[in-house]
Design a binder for this molecule. Sequence first.
Ligand SMILES: [Fe+2]
Ligand SMILES: [Fe+2]
Length: 290
Amino acid sequence: MFRIEEFQTAAELEAMESTIRRACDAAVRDPYAQFLFIDRYTRWNGYAGALVAKLSGNIGESQDLFLDANEPDRAQAVRGMDVAGHVLDATVDEHLDKGHRVPHRTLAQAMRKAAADYAGLSIDDRNALSEPQPVWLKDVVARTFRYYGSFPHDAEALIRSIGTHIASESMADREYSIIDRVFRAERHYEGFYQYLRDRDFRVELGGKLVHAYAWITIHATFESQGVEAEHLAEAMKALELAARYRPESRERILELAREGYRHFADIQRDFFLHAASECDAAADSRQQAA
Ligand SMILES: [Fe+2]
Ligand SMILES: [Fe+2]
């Protein structure tokens, strides 16, 4: 079996966690900074579900690529959907969460709306802060598009993107966990979390009351693993099956997947570095103005 340790060293993991932590610490300096962080994170993250579905579809469509070498009847040998299923698994709830009965995007929007209310932003403020997106965020999103969804009938591109998917799932687990630590565990009776508690954690969205913090805790919490850990286990199975049904050596499969992993690790690092500077700049300027 491929192992996640083959993709990332302990030192790299530690560096990633401290970059996420820096951005979260900058976010909680000020309600305005916290809105910026949540706006940027929900925007970037909001594409993941669709891109996972796209990758899964592109693998499934590639009936020419993933074949069982032990099956001489060619039509009986097609295994693309076996690989694809382990990718798709990560995005079923993303489209319609079994517990909340809404897409995860809706839960993210509930959190963004609550953060905007908490910061006292008018509708004009909200729109002006979100659109146009900052250039750095556009770049992060464009690079995510390039590496995640992949291309059908291109084995190397698909294996690389499975690596990107592995990166995204393993990093998401750390991201949500650290966000939850900084937003909730360390500020249980203050700031944004207390603001949410005062409103029973609900925000009005399209005529419904939606939980405004569940988006974080369904994915991972500071003290326990959520769905991201399961998604990662499934993503590793997808790579395992891809290796079984491809003629390349395991070394070559790992090499390709690691390339895709690397691309995403760079994108993720850039996201949190930029988010940290943006939040710090916002908090600094508001402190000076006060
Ligand atoms: Fe999600
Ligand atoms: Fe996930």
